[in-house]
Design a protein around this ligand. Structure first.
Ligand code: PEP
Length: 257
């Protein structure tokens, strides 16, 4: 099974830096004997040039795909500052990141808002990476199971029928909030426990008997810990933040699959 390695560049870089990063990642992935499915999430304003840069290498087209870090839950209209799903089609943008902890906690996105985004994405036939994860307080109080169950149920509930018809369009990323950008990834045992819980929830909710829905881990993935994490049970790939801003580190992570 091909692993997915996704790069979330967040609000970092400049046009020049990110074009070079894309080129270096593309070249590095080309050299790998075993290639992961790679998804790049640049800041939205750079989707067009990054999309053109990815397409420069036709042979590698299928391996590298483009995603948007955030999306409006509404169709085109009076929503200042937002980007609609329809607009992303103009840039060959396949994936949409929804529910990232920075959107939940810094921009106060509610579970209802996240559910609306999942719903519009499935109505428009897009692929979704839904991020879920517990805070440090939840982790320390042994509430991880409860939080993840609530986040998955609330995000998917409205869209169950559409997701059932197109299970492969959903990817879940388990990202403990306390592990993001801290240099402190979750313990392998905890990753396996939570990924197995997510598997069970997806089985129950969507009848995903064949594990068509992939589950990624995110939170301080680095060249040092990638192999162990990617070899863990029910881990189908990784969502990488900080380390994806270095082509060298990102390729080293991709090499461990
Ligand atoms: C992320 O923001 O999705 C992430 C996993 O970041 P980092 O790899 O820097 O922890």
């Amino acid at each position: 099974m091909t692993k997915i390695i996704a790069a979330n560049w967040k609000q970092n870089g400049s046009l020049k830096l990110l074009i070079k990063l894309t080129r270096d990642i593309r070249t590095g992935i080309n050299r790998l004997k075993k290639r992961p499915k790679t998804i790049l999430f640049p800041p939205s304003i750079y989707l067009d040039p990054i999309s053109k840069e990815i397409k420069k290498n036709k042979a590698n087209n299928k391996n590298i795909q483009l995603g948007i870090q955030n999306i409006s839950p509404y169709n085109n209209g009076a929503y200042t500052g937002e980007i609609s799903i329809g607009m992303t089609n103009d840039f060959g943008c396949t994936y949409i990141l929804i529910g990232h902890s920075e959107r939940r906690h810094i921009f106060m996105e509610s579970e209802k808002f996240i559910s609306n985004k999942v719903s519009i994405a499935f109505q428009k036939n897009k692929k979704v990476i839904l991020c879920v994860g517990e805070t440090l307080k939840d982790y320390r109080s042994n509430n991880t199971k409860q939080v993840i169950t609530r986040q998955i149920n609330s995000a998917l509930r409205e869209s169950l029928q559409l997701i059932k018809k197109n299970k492969k369009n959903l990817v879940i990323a388990y990202e403990p909030v306390w592990a993001i950008g801290t240099g402190r990834s979750a313990k392998i045992q905890d990753i396996e426990t939570t990924h197995t819980l997510i598997r069970k929830l997806l089985f129950k909710l969507i009848n995903d008997t064949k594990s068509e829905i992939k589950i990624l881990y995110g939170g301080s993935v680095s060249p040092q810990n990638a192999k162990e994490i990617l070899d863990a049970e029910n881990v189908d790939g990784a969502l990488v933040g900080g380390a994806s801003l270095s082509a060298k580190k990102f390729i080293e992570i991709c090499r461990t699959i």
